[in-house]
Design a protein around this ligand. Structure first.
Ligand code: SAM
Ligand code: SF4
Length: 367
C-alpha cells in the first residue's frame, strides 16, 4: 500500500483521505523512515534545504481567552503576567536584524483593547523604519477585527499565523469554553487572506479525543484553504490546565512520532508551503527540531525574548531554552543545522514559495 501511495505521489496523482490516514498510521521503523525520506525529497524539490529563521518575541502572556489546554489561559492564577514595553519589543527585533535573522514573529496572549492595538501598530512602524524595511514580520496575535488586521498589515505585518487548533468543530468545542467560536476563527483566516497577508495556520497534534481521521482532515483543510505556512506541533500537557486531567497517560514518544509524521505528510500533500519545526518538538526531544527538518520542515522559530520573561510564557510543561539568551540560541542552532547538512538563509525573508507563486500568477494574469 505504501509503495502504491508513493507511486501516486511520483505521478502527481491526488492523494485520498485514506492515503493520508494510512501514512499517519505507519508503525514500523522502516516504513516511517521511508515516509520521512519521501517527504525530504519533496522538500528538496519544492522549497530546497535552506532553513529560514523567524526570531520569536513572546512579548506578553496577558490573555482574554481561556483555552483549556494553554498554560497562560486567563483563569490560570499562577501565571505571573507580564507585558514588554514597545521599546523592549523593538530592541529584540533589532537584535534579530543585527544577528542576520531574516524575519521575526511577534506573539502574545490574545487581547483587543485600543491601547494594545495602537502599541502593536507603533512597534510595527518602528521596526520597519529602523530596519529600512529589511526585517520580515509575522504576527501571531489571535483573533482580531478586520480593521485591526488592516491597520497592522498597513503598518508592516505581512504574515499572520493563526492556528485553527483542530479542524473538527466538535473537538474544537471540547477544547474551548462555549464562547470561543470555531466559525469565527475560520472567518479570521479568510479575512487575513482577503487583506493580503501570507496566511499560516496549524493544529495541535495528539490532543485528547483526537483521531487519525481528524488529523487527515486537518491536512485536507490546509490544502482546501490554500494555506501558505504551517505552524503545528505536538500537544503537550500543562499541569495547571483543565485538559491535564483528561490525559494522565501522556506519552512523549507517541506525541513526537505523530508530530513528525504530520510534518512529513503535510510536506507530501502541500508541497511548496513553509512548514515550521516548532519548539514543542524540541520540548519532547532535544533534537526534535532537527528531526522536524529531516521530516520536511524548513522554518525554525528561535526564541529571542529577553531571558527573564521566558519562564512566564509557559504554554506547556518542559518548554526548552528557558535559561538561555538569544545569542546562545543562535550559536546552538547554527551547530544543530550544520550537523544535518543544511544551510541557514541569513538575511533572507524566506517567504512561502506557495504564496510567491500565487502572487506572480496574479501579476501576470492581472487577477
Ligand atoms: N494567543 C494567540 C493564539 O492563540 O492564536 C497566539 C499565542 S498562543 C500561545 C500560540 C499557540 O500555542 C496556540 O495556537 C496553541 O496551538 C499553542 N499552544 C497552547 N497551549 C499548548 C499546549 N499545551 N501544547 C502545545 N501547544 C500549545
Ligand atoms: Fe490565550 Fe492563545 Fe493561550 Fe488560547 S492559546 S489561552 S488565546 S494565549
Amino acid at each position: 500500500m505504501l509503495t502504491h501511495i508513493f507511486n501516486k505521489i511520483d505521478n502527481n496523482d491526488p492523494l485520498s483521505r485514506d492515503d493520508i490516514k494510512f501514512m499517519l498510521s505507519l508503525e514500523t521503523e522502516a516504513d516511517i523512515q521511508s515516509l520521512y525520506q519521501k517527504a525530504y525529497s519533496i522538500k528538496e524539490q519544492t522549497v530546497g534545504t535552506k532553513v529560514f529563521f523567524r526570531g520569536i518575541v513572546e512579548f506578553s502572556n496577558i490573555c482574554e481567552k481561556d483555552c483549556y489546554y494553554c498554560g497562560i489561559r486567563k483563569s490560570n492564577e499562577n501565571a505571573e503576567r507580564f507585558m514588554l514595553t514597545a521599546d523592549q519589543i523593538v530592541e529584540s527585533a533589532l537584535w534579530a536584524h543585527q544577528s542576520e535573522y531574516g524575519s521575526i514573529v511577534l506573539q502574545s496572549g490574545e487581547r483587543s483593547d485600543p491601547w494594545y492595538i495602537d502599541l502593536i501598530e507603533e512597534v510595527l512602524e518602528r521596526v520597519k523604519a529602523e530596519t529600512s524595511g529589511e526585517l520580515g514580520i509575522t504576527l501571531s496575535l489571535g483573533e482580531q477585527s478586520e480593521n485591526t488586521y488592516k491597520r497592522w498589515f498597513k503598518a508592516g505585518g505581512h504574515r499572520y499565523l493563526l492556528r485553527i487548533e483542530t479542524t473538527n468543530p466538535e473537538l474544537y468545542g471540547k477544547l474551548h469554553p462555549p464562547d470561543h467560536s470555531f466559525e469565527e476563527r475560520c472567518e479570521c483566516l479568510k479575512l487575513l487572506r482577503k487583506l493580503g497577508y501570507q496566511v499560516g495556520t496549524g493544529v495541535m497534534i495528539g490532543l485528547p479525543y483526537q483521531t487519525i481521521d481528524d488529523l487527515a482532515g486537518d491536512i485536507l483543510f490546509f490544502k482546501d484553504n490554500d494555506i501558505d505556512m504551517i505552524g503545528m506541533g505536538p500537544y503537550i500537557v500543562h499541569h495547571e490546565t483543565p485538559l491535564a486531567d483528561v490525559m494522565p497517560d501522556f506519552d512523549n514518544d507517541r506525541q513526537l512520532d505523530l508530530g513528525l509524521k504530520m510534518v512529513a505528510v503535510a510536506r507530501i500533500v502541500l508541497r511548496d508551503v513553509n512548514i515550521a519545526a516548532t519548539t514543542a518538538l524540541q520540548a519532547l526531544n532535544p533534537t526534535g527540531r532537527e528531526m522536524g527538518l529531516k521530516a520536511g520542515a524548513n522554518i525554525i522559530m528561535p526564541n529571542i525574548t529577553e531571558t527573564k520573561y521566558r519562564a512566564s510564557y509557559q504554554l506547556y510543561n518542559g518548554k526548552p531554552c528557558l535559561d538561555e539568551n538569544s545569542t546562545m540560541c543562535r550559536g546552538c542552532l547554527q551547530r544543530r543545522i550544520d550537523s544535518i547538512g543544511e544551510k541557514i538563509g541569513f538575511n533572507e525573508w524566506g517567504d512561502s514559495p506557495h504564496f510567491i507563486k500565487k502572487s506572480n500568477c496574479k501579476k501576470t494574469t492581472g487577477a
